[in-house]
Structures are given as structure tokens and as C-alpha cells.
Design a protein around this ligand. Sequence first.
Ligand code: HEC
Ligand code: HEC
Ligand code: HEC
Ligand code: HEC
Ligand code: HEC
Length: 216
Amino acid sequence: MAALFPRWSNTAARASLLALALLVVGVPLGLMAFVRSSNASARYEPVKQPIPFDHQIHAGRLGISCVYCHATVMRSPTAGIPPTQTCVPCHSTVWINSRELAPVRRSMQTGKPITWNRVDRLPGFVYFDHSVHVNKGVGCESCHGRVDKMSTVYQAKPLTMGWCLSCHRMPAGQLRPVEAVTVMGYTPPVAQARLGPELAAKYHVRSLTSCTTCHR
Ligand code: HEC
Ligand code: HEC
Ligand code: HEC
Ligand code: HEC
Ligand code: HEC
């Protein structure tokens, strides 16, 4: 008797079963990966700003401290974006008539703040606090990278939950003296394996991993 189905249909059946299995497993896995990469995908992407403000010039070459412009970083949850007045002491003499600085002049005349666009952003359901981190010895560099080398500042780290937790589980490896939190290109004066635990004890640093630390 002739076979009801040609011989290749077995192969086809196996192939379609495999394809189905891949779909069933793959689609949710892909979606899970997608939601988890929401922040990771914004990583490295340049953000368009009203003024081509250059950290490489200001924080790098001119060596202006981060805190001069991000004035609330040591004492509040947010670091703060500088108001136009912060630019004026220098730019009433430097580059005063340049096209790049037109928005600064306009903002001073109208009193309307410059509308900077955000670079790093966590979802609304995540609680974050700058002052706690920097006062316990976590440097800007650990979370924002070498800002002093960025002409246009970009999101340097994934900012995912897994990334936060990888430090929260063992923070000692990334602690530095509080005086050095704004230093870029920091290297520990002695082995980090010795310094880290010392600083953790000095600043009473705990390992905070319970969900309510960041989801309140
Ligand atoms: C402590 C002094 C100081 C402060 C504060 C300062 N700047 Fe500057 N800025 C300079 C100097 C000096 C230069 C010129 C650097 C050069 O040309 O080598 C400059 C250059 C610039 C340029 C031109 C850069 C280029 O080459 O494209 C822009 C735009 C600018 N600053 C914007 C700002 C803004 C916006 C602020 C406020 C948020 C600000 N600056 C605050 C000192 C300062
Ligand atoms: C002269 C002022 C000035 C100095 C000094 C400065 N910044 Fe900024 N920073 C700004 C301005 C203006 C913006 C908003 C425009 C932009 O994103 O480039 C900004 C943006 C940022 C952002 C992105 C914020 C966001 O939207 O998520 C980070 C991160 C940052 N700065 C870190 C630093 C660090 C770290 C230092 C020190 C190494 C530093 N800044 C020094 C003025 C300054
Ligand atoms: C432990 C990681 C961490 C450290 C350390 C840290 N930041 Fe941030 N920073 C973040 C995250 C995460 C955001 C986004 C916060 C949000 O969306 O609520 C952010 C946002 C910012 C912003 C923009 C919004 C704001 O808060 O005003 C600036 C500017 C900034 N950081 C500057 C700094 C500077 C300067 C330092 C060092 C003195 C620093 N950060 C240290 C993680 C960090
Ligand atoms: C490089 C290390 C490091 C990274 C990365 C980091 N943290 Fe932290 N975090 C710490 C340390 C250290 C403390 C202080 C622990 C203590 O208070 O003993 C802390 C404390 C906190 C606290 C407690 C604040 C309070 O009110 O006491 C929150 C909330 C927090 N972190 C959120 C985050 C979030 C969200 C991220 C990721 C976007 C993050 N952290 C990334 C090191 C880090
Ligand atoms: C150190 C801070 C921190 C802690 C502790 C933490 N989370 Fe998160 N969580 C985050 C951040 C940051 C995000 C946003 C991640 C993103 O957008 O990629 C997040 C996202 C989430 C999401 C959204 C889905 C996702 O995967 O993006 C859920 C659900 C969640 N957390 C549950 C928990 C639970 C349950 C715990 C306790 C076991 C916990 N978190 C502990 C920081 C934290």
C-alpha cells in the first residue's frame, strides 16, 4: 500500500513541532528580555540638547567640580541641573556673543529656564536617592562613567534592577573616601580589597537588597 503521506512529511512534522516549541519558549523569553532592557537600550544614545553643553570642556579640561553645577547632589535625592545663573559668572566674559550661547542669553533676558532634556531616567516606581549614595562613598563615576571625557553626556550604565543589585549585594568593592566621590579616573590609594571593607565599616554601609529599599 502506498504511504498515506510522503516520506518527507515526517521531517516536516518534526520541523514544525520544533518551530512551535521555539515560538512557545522564545516569545515570552524575548518579551522578558525586552522589558528588562528598557533602560539598557537607551544606553550610549546621545540626547539632543538646546545648547551643545560639553562636559569634556567644563568638567574635564577646566576641572570645574560636579557639585558646582549639580549643587544638591550631596544633600538631596536629586543631583539638580544648574539654573542659567550658574553659567553667567564665566559666560559674561567667555564666548559671550557665540551662537551656541544664545539660549543662555535668552533665558537670562526672559527669566525662563533652559529646557535641558533628561539623559538618565528610572521608571516612576523606583525610588532613588543621590545623597545617600555619595555620602556613603559611591562615586559619580560608578553610575555615570567618565563624564569628564564626554562631549555629549550619555547614559553610561544599564540602570537595570540587576545592575543596581549587583552593587547592593557587595558594595565594598566600589566604595571610595567621600572626599573623592566626584573624582574622575579614581584609583584607590591602597588595594580596594583592604580599603573597601574599612570604608564600609567607617560609613556603616549595609547590603540593602529587600524589595522595599527601591520599591516603596
Ligand atoms: C567656571 C567657568 C564656566 C562656567 C561656570 C561655565 N562655563 Fe561654559 N565655558 C567656559 C570656558 C572657559 C569655555 C571656553 C573653552 C574653550 O573654548 O576652550 C566655555 C565654553 C562653553 C561653550 C562653547 C563650547 C564649545 O567649544 O562648543 C558652551 C556652549 C558653554 N561653555 C556653555 C555653558 C553653559 C550652558 C554653562 C552653564 C550650565 C557654562 N558653560 C558654565 C567656562 C565656564
Ligand atoms: C559647568 C557646569 C557643569 C559641570 C561642572 C558638570 N555638569 Fe553635569 N550637567 C550640566 C548641564 C548643564 C547638564 C544638562 C545638559 C546635558 O545633559 O549635557 C548636565 C548633565 C549631566 C548629566 C546627565 C543628567 C541627566 O539628564 O540624566 C550627568 C550624569 C552629569 N551632568 C554628571 C556630571 C558629573 C559627574 C560631573 C563632574 C565630573 C558634572 N556633571 C559636571 C552642567 C555641568
Ligand atoms: C548609585 C548610582 C549613582 C551615583 C553614585 C550618582 N548617580 Fe546621578 N543618577 C543616577 C540615576 C539612577 C539617575 C536617574 C534618576 C532618576 O531617574 O530618578 C541619576 C541622575 C542624575 C542627574 C539628572 C537628574 C537629577 O538627579 O537631577 C544628574 C545631573 C546626576 N545624576 C549627576 C550625578 C553626579 C554629579 C553624581 C556624583 C556627585 C552622581 N550623579 C552620582 C545614579 C547615580
Ligand atoms: C556602585 C554601588 C551602587 C549602585 C550601582 C547602586 N547603589 Fe544604591 N546604595 C549603595 C550604597 C553603598 C547604599 C547605602 C547603603 C546603606 O545605607 O548602608 C545604597 C543605598 C540605596 C538606597 C537606600 C536609600 C535610603 O533611603 O536609605 C536606595 C533606595 C538605593 N540605594 C537605590 C538604588 C537604585 C535604584 C540603584 C540602581 C539604579 C542603585 N541604588 C545602585 C550602592 C549602590
Ligand atoms: C537596588 C534597588 C532595587 C531593589 C532592591 C529591587 N529592585 Fe526591582 N527594580 C529596580 C529598578 C531600577 C527597576 C527598573 C529596571 C528597568 O527599568 O530596567 C526595577 C524593576 C522591577 C520590576 C519591573 C519589571 C522588570 O523586570 O523590569 C519588578 C516587578 C521589580 N523590580 C520587582 C522587585 C522585587 C520583587 C524585588 C525584591 C526581591 C526588587 N524588585 C528589588 C530596582 C530594585
